[in-house]
Design a protein around this ligand. Sequence first.
Ligand code: 5GP
Ligand code: MG
Ligand code: MG
Length: 179
Amino acid sequence: MKTKIADLEFTPLIKAKDIEERTKAMGLQLSEDYKDSIPVFVGVLNGSFLFIADLIKQIDIPCEITFTKLASYYGGTKSSLKIRDDIDFTVDIKGRDVVVIEDIVDTGNTAHYLLEKLKLKQPASIKLCSLLLKPSALLKKIDELKYVGFEIENEFVVGYGLDYKEMGRNLKDIYKRVK
Ligand code: 5GP
Ligand code: MG
Ligand code: MG
């Protein structure tokens, strides 16, 4: 079923059931990989709020969760290449195993910016976990990107936390723009 958000039309791309299954598998994998430490998950708001919530419920080892807020899209459908740092977090990550949770890696600029910033705080290790990846849009190689939910084409998506002009975050499925 197509849906309209503001001036654009969208069509379903990934169903809620598939997101749920994939998130479960990622949670299991993270629980296994970090069973010998107490990792700190850093969720990147706003887009990943539903993914973070669903993923964290699938993690069955002791862990901490904190949040940061970055913005790069400013309501359009193209990455602005400029990153706005809206909220920082206060957890001391020095010597800790850190996993950054993102909604989507597009050009990779936001992830690169945040990872470099976090590395200055001297964590023991740092990995990136993203629900979505657009491999053909990547401008930077991100060695820390270890966990990816779905690889998608270079198209604009909304739903399950992701917005277009701040709308559509409440949709259960992920939709892509109809060209
Ligand atoms: P990057 O810096 O990798 O180009 O983009 C990162 C941020 O841009 C993501 O965290 C997300 O907030 C936003 N973004 C990238 N691609 C999309 C997309 O297809 N749809 C939406 N709604 N946001 C996107
Ligand atoms: Mg994001
Ligand atoms: Mg956005």
